[in-house]
Design a protein around this ligand. Structure first.
Ligand SMILES: Cc1cc2nc3c(=O)[nH]c(=O)nc-3n(C[C@H](O)[C@H](O)[C@H](O)COP(=O)(O)O)c2cc1C
Length: 207
């Protein structure tokens, strides 16, 4: 459930020590997928920080129908649960592979179930793939997230030839470099999460 906060309530806006709620979404649902490897490692990096409260949603665990339904019909429970998570999030991290120079259909389906829930929320991308590291998927996702009123951040954690980046136990071959990149990524994400917080509070108060 989302906590309703009235307009003008500045309790959390002025509290810079507060942890921001970051929702990480694992976008690929393929059997044998790689997505949970970078997600797990980056989740650990987030948990080491004192400014992030992390939740992870794996789309493979959810039943999100391709039929988006109509406004008059009650949404399935997994849709409602994911909508509540997005609505309550201060920032989103999307973990995406590249499929045929784009992002997976599972991700588009999850995105399209919601609209205002996304708005005024910063979105950061983690991508992986072959030579390009899945950056094509990220650039397409930026276009989609503009329509939803989000702020897509500049820093991207992109892993080209990802099979060379992470070893079999899911640890990066060059942890210092990836840690530094992850630090910059989260710093920017949290900066935007704080900057846009008044807008999210106003959105939540309207619901
Ligand atoms: C349908 C499909 C299309 C793919 N297309 C590309 C591509 O265009 N560029 C690329 O670098 N890798 C491509 N790959 C390789 C994926 O990046 C790689 O298989 C990755 O592990 C997929 O993510 P996942 O394991 O989380 O599903 C493709 C893989 C699949 C399954």
């Amino acid at each position: 459930m989302t906590t309703k906060i009235e307009p003008g309530d500045t309790r959390v806006m002025t509290d810079t020590a507060k942890r921001m709620r970051v929702l990480m979404v694992i976008g690929s649902v393929r059997t044998g997928r790689f997505g949970h490897v970078p997600a797990s490692w980056l989740a650990e990096r987030a948990r080491l920080r004192d400014d992030i409260e992390l939740a992870i949603t794996d789309l493979a665990d959810l039943d999100l129908p391709a039929d988006l339904g109509d406004k008059g019909r009650a949404a399935p429970s997994d849709v409602t649960a994911l909508g509540d998570q997005i609505e309550a999030a201060d920032a989103i991290v999307i973990v995406t592979p590249v499929y045929n120079r784009g992002y997976p259909a599972s991700l588009k389906n999850a995105i399209d179930w919601f609209n205002s829930e996304w708005s005024a929320t910063p979105v950061g991308f983690v991508s992986y793939g072959g030579r390009t590291g899945g950056i094509e998927a990220v650039e397409q996702l930026r276009t989609v997230f503009v329509e939803l009123g989000t702020m897509t951040i500049r820093n991207v954690l992109s892993f080209p030839d990802f099979w060379e980046v992470f070893d079999e136990s899911g640890v990066p071959a060059d942890p210092a470099r990836v840690s530094r990149a992850a630090g910059n990524f989260y710093d920017e994400l949290i900066w935007w999460a704080r900057a846009l917080r008044p807008a999210r509070l106003a959105r939540q108060a309207r619901r």
